[in-house]
Design a protein around this ligand. Structure first.
Ligand code: DGJ
Length: 536
């Protein structure tokens, strides 16, 4: 029936209304070598923290979990959403805890990253609802080579995939309905640290059949077309088996754990690509997956989750999951910089959804590794006014400047251990010699790590932000090898504008050797604006 004109107009208006009130959708955008997350139309540096796994499992518990966050100076909170509590009975969805988390976040002006704990969490399926777990004949589990069942849903099963995808799509549909106006949720993590534990590949019936079949042409085509751009790890595996363009998994990748892991990576990627695609159809937020990294004691895949998005598996994930935007590392290992570099290959944007709460690493991640997110795990356990809170207070002020300089040659970060040799970095015509120089600036809490971000804004103009560091200068200019401080301001950004608190010289800068002044960043992180000059 045709609606009368006023009703048709009202209908049209009511349909148009939500569109008018919508904020721009968070999305990723590439600028040179760096990919930014755009929130409210501007690049967004996520100074985050991940809540403990079950903090948001009920509305009541969510409220308690957020109490201490205000003093940590975060702008982003990562919140787990369990499949088990959102779909307690098949087809009955309960998003009340998510809604409460969004209310709490909005009232604190925080953005949220939702972590979908669906089929897998830390490799296993502990967050699958009881109705899935109990019906293991319908929702098959992975099996090791001896046929033993594991509490891990098989990624080879379309029944598993479709059940998970229905719930995940329902969550994204719900977000579209409740969050389009504010865009509190800026990003979604799909599953958590996936991969098979206990064996290098799944041996359930579906898996054995797929493993004996030819490698899908989508994958072999990808390898052929991208041969020269493949990661060295992929090239090594493929070349060692003869670089074949077709064949079974063992023919193309050689018998052994390498083929097993490639097979698992491909199937996890396909499964998650399916979820990502259905979710984006409902509400197209950017999506990432996170990796449980290979630990030093691990001997083979299965000791760590086989086929997860570990760095050496990225080609399989890129080929199998084009709808997944980011492959992210959970960094609990010591080699923070090395892992950051491995996760920046092939244009992958660096987001660190889980790590330890270290002020130095937070600075290094965003200032040197071009990270877009830094997020310690168990954030509600962080002390108010602790090192992380102080670091975030500085980084949040400097975030627009950091984002502007990421991917250019005008920004560097350093982390220097106490007692280690000084580190020299060059910016423009100047060399910065950075060290934890004890004595004149030693205090009870500045005995360990020094760190700083240094940014050049004009030939002689710089920002320094950090702590526990002494920086001496030299010049590369012909004829004027000596360099020193022309001026130093200590201050803060207020509503985006730099406000000088003090002008520094004398006791508040250091002796940089001879009679030259050096920059002093004491134990509490701060921002300094300074200019240099060169002479002889
Ligand atoms: C890594 C997982 O991704 C987190 O959910 C949590 O289980 C931590 N490990 C615990 O350290």
């Amino acid at each position: 029936m045709k609606a009368p004109a006023p009703l048709a107009f009202a209908l049209l208006f009511s349909l148009a209304l939500p569109a008018l009130s919508q904020a721009p959708l968070p999305h990723l955008t590439r600028r040179g070598a760096v990919t930014h997350l755009v929130v409210d139309g501007k690049p967004w540096l996520s100074l985050g923290g991940e809540l403990l796994n079950n903090a948001a499992s009920t509305a009541g518990n969510v409220r308690g979990a957020w109490a201490g966050l205000a003093s940590l100076n975060l702008n982003t909170v990562l919140v787990g959403v369990g499949w088990n509590w959102t779909e307690p009975e098949e087809g009955r969805f309960d998003f009340s805890a998510v809604d409460e988390a969004l209310r709490e976040a909005r009232s604190r002006r925080l953005r949220v990253v939702l972590l979908w704990f669906g089929s897998w969490k830390n490799g296993t399926s502990s967050y699958a609802p009881a109705w899935v777990k109990r019906n293991w004949r319908k929702y098959p589990i992975a099996r090791d080579r001896n046929g033993n069942g594991r509490e891990i849903l098989s990624p080879l099963s379309t029944a598993n995939r479709d059940a998970d995808a229905r719930a995940y799509a329902a969550l994204l549909r719900h977000l579209r309905e409740v969050d389009s106006a504010t865009r509190t949720v800026i990003l979604v993590q799909l599953e958590n640290e996936v991969g098979l534990l206990g064996d290098s590949r799944d041996h359930c019936q579906e898996a054995d059949a797929a493993f004996a079949a030819p490698v899908p042409t989508e994958l072999t085509d990808y390898l052929r077309k991208n041969r020269d751009a493949l990661l060295p790890e992929t090239r090594k595996l493929w070349d060692a088996a003869g670089g074949k363009a077709s064949g079974t998994w063992e023919q193309v990748f050689g018998p052994g754990p390498g083929a097993d892991e490639a097979f698992m990576a491909w199937h996890y990627a396909r499964y998650m690509n399916h979820l990502a695609a259905l979710g984006k159809k409902e509400y197209p937020l950017p999506v990432f997956v996170n990796a449980w990294l290979v630990q030093p004691q691990d001997k083979q895949p299965g000791d760590y989750p086989s086929g997860g998005p570990q760095a050496h598996n990225h080609d399989f994930w890129r080929a199998g999951a084009p709808r997944v935007d980011i492959l992210a590392p959970d960094i609990y290992l010591a080699d923070f910089a090395g892992i950051g570099a491995l996760y920046s290959r092939g244009g992958n944007p660096l987001f660190i959804p889980e790590t330890r709460a270290g002020a130095a690493n937070a600075f290094y991640a965003v200032g040197q590794l071009n990270a877009q997110m830094f997020s310690p795990f168990g954030i509600e356990r962080q002390p108010a006014a602790g090192p992380l809170a102080k670091a975030y207070a500085v980084l949040s002020q400097l975030a627009p400047v950091i984002l502007e300089h990421q991917g250019t040659n005008t920004m560097r970060a350093v982390v220097v251990e106490s007692g280690a040799a000084s580190q020299k970095i060059q910016l423009g015509d100047y060399v910065f010699d950075c060290a934890v120089r004890r004595g004149w600036n030693a205090g009870p809490s500045d005995a360990r790590r020094g760190y700083a971000i240094l940014i050049q804004t004009a030939p002689d103009e710089f920002w320094a932000a950090g702590a526990t560091l002494n920086i001496r200068f030299a010049s590369m200019r012909a004829g004027t090898p000596l360099a020193s401080l022309a001026s130093v301001e200590e201050g803060a950004f207020e509503n985006g504008a730099w406000v000088v608190g003090r002008y520094l010289a004398g006791d508040d800068t250091g002796m940089g050797g001879d009679d030259r002044a050096s920059l002093r960043l004491p134990a509490d992180p701060r921002i300094l604006r300074f200019s240099l000059y060169s002479y002889r």
